[in-house]
Design a protein around this ligand. Structure first.
Ligand code: NZQ
Ligand code: ZN
Length: 379
């Protein structure tokens, strides 16, 4: 096992009615900015419950953060932060709103052009405190220090990470997820599944506890995910999916083990260039990446097969099972499933190269040329 230092300071407030607790978690004298997306929070009760909880606080709101939040919109929110002397940001929504809040929180304390945090990896040394009321279980953003922001003007989708932007608290009330469209339910389960895979499906390092953490989340997603589609009103199923997605990327399962993340980096380019949903890109890239890297990943593929899918000693059949699971969640696994043909690949590879993604994966051996092979196979 590799050395690690692990601290997750985010307080999880899980279950029905827990939004009320934010009143005591946000400092009484804070000037709060409630950040949200295109309006789904007004249909599922989240907005009303947050407004009620903030009754004793000074607050203002900024709506309109897009799916795949844009730098351009977030900079408008930053103006509000400055004009209104905001000192606490409350994100209410899915991963995009959570990520947007993190970027604004860091930008508010950043000396210089905030885009440099993403484009140049400029270090974040301070941020406004933020909290999250989650309505879409998928990204794990509610309890991690990562954010992904898109710049429309340059078609770039870039990530940053900093302990400064870990949320102070995350409210996980499964009831808020009942209004999710089927497509987002499938997306969320696939995203959480791939987060675990990125931290697990590399090579053996004698880290059996991390392996079993990962396998338990994967098995639970395989059990509960399809139920979220077939029994959409079942709150207990929603609760289990929500907790899985949070645990999948709160940092715990990846401590002390090698990590991959090539599927995500290639996927971000697919979203930036062709507009696919985040999880759709993962469903396209992962099975083909595993097929291209089957030899390097064989030991862990066989372990995944045996422990999670009941497949013995057959890495190729395990990849087929992963792909079938994504399809069963309603998320297509081929570029053609999104109306794209082979001509879609070259611009993605060019963007990957421009953004310096030249040596991805746990061995640093996934070059743009390998990515080309992967996406060609995913046609
Ligand atoms: O904008 P609104 O109206 O809120 O609608 C959203 C949006 O259209 C809707 N939605 C959210 N909750 C809902 C709901 N609709 C009905 N009922 C609800 N309860 O769903 C749509 C998608 O929302 P979005 O926040 O974009 O989805 P998701 O949570 O999947 O977030 C995706 C973003 O997170 C990034 C992705 O790259 C992408 O930009 N990621 C962030 C990560 C992180 N911070 O750790 C890791 C991930 O790998 C990922 O890269
Ligand atoms: Zn993801």
């Amino acid at each position: 096992m590799q050395n690690f230092a692990y601290k997750n300071p985010t307080e999880i407030l899980f279950g029905a009615g827990q939004v009320a607790e934010i009143a005591s978690r946000i400092p009484a004298d804070a000037q709060v900015l409630m950040l949200y997306g295109g309006g789904s929070i007004k249909a599922n009760g989240a907005y009303d419950q947050v407004v009620a909880a903030l009754g004793g606080h000074n607050w203002t709101e900024f709506g309109g953060v897009e799916a795949n939040p844009t730098y351009e919109t977030l900079m408008q929110a930053l103006d509000v932060v400055r004009d209104e002397s905001i000192d606490f940001i409350l994100a209410v929504g899915g991963g995009s709103v959570g990520d947007g809040a993190k970027f604004i929180a860091a930008a508010a304390k950043f000396d210089g052009e905030p885009w440099d945090i993403l484009a140049k990896g400029s270090e974040v040394t301070a941020a406004l405190p933020l909290g999250v009321v989650l309505t879409l279980p998928a990204t794990g953003t509610e309890s991690n220090g990562n954010a992904v922001v898109t710049r429309t003007q340059t078609q770039q989708k870039l990530a940053f990470g900093s302990p400064w932007v870990r949320p102070v608290f995350a409210v996980l009330d499964p009831a808020f997820t009942l209004t999710l469209p089927t497509r987002q339910v499938g997306n969320g389960v696939v995203d959480a599944f791939v987060h675990v895979i990125e931290q697990y499906l590399t090579y053996p390092t004698n880290a059996p506890l991390q392996d079993r953490f990962a396998e338990s989340i994967l098995s639970t997603l395989i059990e509960e995910g399809p139920k979220a589609l077939s029994s959409p009103e079942d709150l207990e199923v929603r609760a289990n999916v929500m907790w899985c997605a949070c645990m999948a990327l709160n940092g715990l399962i990846g401590q002390g083990v090698p990590q991959d993340w090539a599927t995500h980096m290639i996927g971000h380019e697919l979203t930036a260039v062709h507009g696919l949903d985040h999880a759709q890109t993962l469903a396209v890239v992962l099975p083909s990446l595993l097929r291209v890297k089957i030899d390097a990943k064989r030991a862990k593929l066989e372990q995944l097969g045996a422990r999670v899918f009941g497949i013995s000693g057959d890495a190729a059949a395990t990849i087929d099972a992963v792909e079938a699971f994504f399809e069963s969640m309603g998320v297509a696994t081929r570029l053609s499933g999104y109306g794209l043909d082979q001509s879609a690949v070259a611009p993605v590879i060019a963007s990957l190269t421009d953004n310096g993604m030249l040596a991805l994966g746990e061995h640093g051996d996934i070059t743009p040329q390998t990515a080309n092979e992967i996406l060609t196979l995913a046609g």
